[in-house]
Design a protein around this ligand. Sequence first.
Ligand code: PLP
Length: 231
Amino acid sequence: MSITESVEQIQERIADACLRVGRKPDSVRLMAVSKMQPLPSIEAAWNAGVRLFGENRVQEADEKFTLFKEQHPELELHLIGTLQRNKTNAASMLFDCVQSVDREALIDKLGKACTSRPKPLPILLELHTGEDSKTGFPNIDGLCRAVERVLPYSSLVVQGLMTIAPNTEDKARIRASFRSLISAYNILSSRFPSCDWSCLSMGMSSDFETAIEEGSTLIRIGTAIFGRRPA
Ligand SMILES: *Cc1c(COP(=O)(O)O)cnc(C)c1O
């Protein structure tokens, strides 16, 4: 299947999943996760109408997207992988959002790095909900402390939450992971009502329909758009 056909098929599956739970199809944003994919594949996804891309390494994203972004000002690029502290300056210039904010020390690093940005950097706080992934704040207390840590930085703006579900066939465990993110969202949006919590980034190629049923507003799709990643 071509990248265009894959994107169309995913958009249909998004619409079907939304219909099942009475949501509007345009309430879910589609991100193409282009890590390990070459520029021609990224161009194909762009031509198929994708405007939001995700990468998990700063240097790889920099190499592929710096020029492409200049040529395509509507393109939005998010970081979805662990950010090392020595990459925060580069990340603050390149990305339109860092979804993988997973520890307090990183908030300070980013907060300082982003003072040179023209606009504050949108961030998502990552919640650890799957036993297999090791990244993310462990629980609601960790998330609350993270919000308190972000608030003094005018260079950062919280826009929601992100999680990676466990890599398992067990549908119940996957659904439970998405539900813990939604329950964190409910608590945080009442405890910090002045923050924007509208972006709930959950769901990947193998589980995005479940994520949409549970309330995801942004799905991160790699394999189902591009095929298997080159080794
Ligand atoms: C690689 C990756 C994805 C996409 O995974 P697929 O299973 O290929 O859709 C989504 N989110 C994160 C954080 C990733 O690292």
